[in-house]
Design a protein around this ligand. Structure first.
Ligand code: NAD
Ligand code: UD1
Length: 336
């Protein structure tokens, strides 16, 4: 059983990954500053896994506290770094907050790390920008970032590419997530957006539940088959599993390079209207919606080429879109 440091481990993807880590025989140790999560998520992870999890409420920007913590926890075998701010719109309003939290947090973590251990980084398909060529492949060059948030993911990858394997840094895998959706089948953990959801699925499920009156579909004149944007929606449990595959690759020394990148998506694109209709068909619940103007910064279409993840990591998404939508709905229904 390897002890794995999970930063941001009480957040949406981190909490599901803690469950996947326990299930694969690892022991997650969580750092979180609770800036976008709730302390009770720890109890929920414990209830699902029937294990106890260690939580340190700590801000990665507080270097001294982080350093003290890592001096104490000197048997950590790997790191999965989720902790970051992720709201694209907010990052445009508060760019320095995003650079400070996401970049300083990353550099502090790398600096305070004591040993050259495997490191998994949460990147995003946002690094590809608006590409005309699809599916998106790992070797496509970065496009100009459209938001400070996207810029922090590009910079994070650059920092890791140049520092991996140097001095006391170990090997790194950056996982470029496509659009994670859904929840654990137990409905004990899931996405907990604060305030008005900015992302499609929480807005959609809240509308279906009657908490919001109508879902706005942002734009219907994109050059796609029905005019709405296309994304690659992946079940968060499949995404969580991908972290275990990536981590094990590094722990077992199977990596060919000190810095590797993998797309984590299903490889299938789905438009906004298709997603709404699939949700309605799967759950039997109507989603009132209307066409609204396009949202600034949205790309027309993004879906993954998953060949590298399948052939090299040995991972592929197993769960269907219907299963993901149903789990998102079951999660929404039990929320207050
Ligand atoms: P989340 O906000 O639910 O989880 C992030 C967690 O990190 C939260 O619990 C938050 O409290 C914590 N955190 C933030 N800054 C911190 C700091 N300085 N110190 C300690 N803890 C801190 O987000 P998520 O959806 O789980 O995303 C996890 C990671 O994946 C992020 O890096 C995000 O940018 C990336 N990502 C997410 C998506 C997505 O659609 N959710 C897509 C691509 C990439
Ligand atoms: C967004 C971010 C991306 C980030 C990811 C996770 C942008 C431009 N991109 O991805 O960088 O990694 O979240 O935080 O914000 N939609 C509607 N109505 C809504 C909400 C969304 O029609 O109320 C549409 C959007 O136009 C888009 C699709 O649904 O076409 C998915 O949107 P969203 O869930 O916000 O994810 P992304 O924009 O793909």
């Amino acid at each position: 059983m390897a002890k794995i440091l999970v930063t941001g481990g009480l957040g949406y993807i981190g909490s599901h990954t803690c469950v996947a880590l326990f299930e694969s025989g690892h022991e997650p140790v969580v750092i979180d500053n609770l800036s976008n999560s709730e302390a009770h998520v720890k109890n929920q992870i414990e209830a699902i896994t029937n294990s106890s999890i260690s939580l340190e409420v700590l801000d990665l920007c507080d270097f001294d506290a982080l350093n003290r913590f890592l001096e104490k926890e000197n048997d950590i075998a790997g790191v999965i770094h989720f902790a970051a701010l992720k709201a694209v719109g907010e990052s445009v309003e508060k760019p320095l907050l995003y650079y400070q939290n996401n970049i300083q947090g990353l550099i502090n973590l790398l600096t305070a790390q004591k040993n050259a251990i495997p490191f998994i980084f949460s990147s995003s398909c946002t690094v590809y920008g608006d590409s005309d060529i699809l599916p998106l492949k790992e070797d496509f060059p970065f496009q100009k970032a459209v938001s400070p948030y996207g810029s922090t993911k590009q910079m994070g990858e650059e920092i890791l590419k140049f520092s991996a394997g140097k001095n006391h840094q170990g090997p790194v895998i950056a996982l470029r997530y496509f659009n994670p959706i859904g929840a654990h089948p137990s409905s004990k953990i899931g996405e907990l957006p604060r305030g008005i959801p900015q992302n499609l699925i929480p807005y959609l499920t809240q509308t279906a539940a009657g908490k919001r009156t109508i879902l706005s579909v942002f734009g219907d004149t994109y050059p796609t088959h029905d005019g709405t944007c296309i994304r690659d929606y992946i079940h968060v449990m499949d995404l969580a599993d991908a972290h275990v595959f990536a981590l094990n690759r590094l722990l077992e020394g199977k990596n060919k390079n000190n810095f590797e990148v993998y797309n984590i998506g299903t490889g299938k694109g789905c438009s906004v209207l298709e997603l709404i209709h699939k949700f309605e068909k799967t759950t039997g619940v109507a989603v009132p919606h209307k066409i609204a103007p396009p949202r600034a910064g949205d790309v027309t279409a993004a879906f993954a080429d998953t060949e590298l993840a399948e052939t090299v990591l040995g991972w592929r998404a197993k769960r269907s879109l219907e299963e993901a939508l149903l789990s998102a709905w079951n999660w929404e229904k039990q929320l207050p």
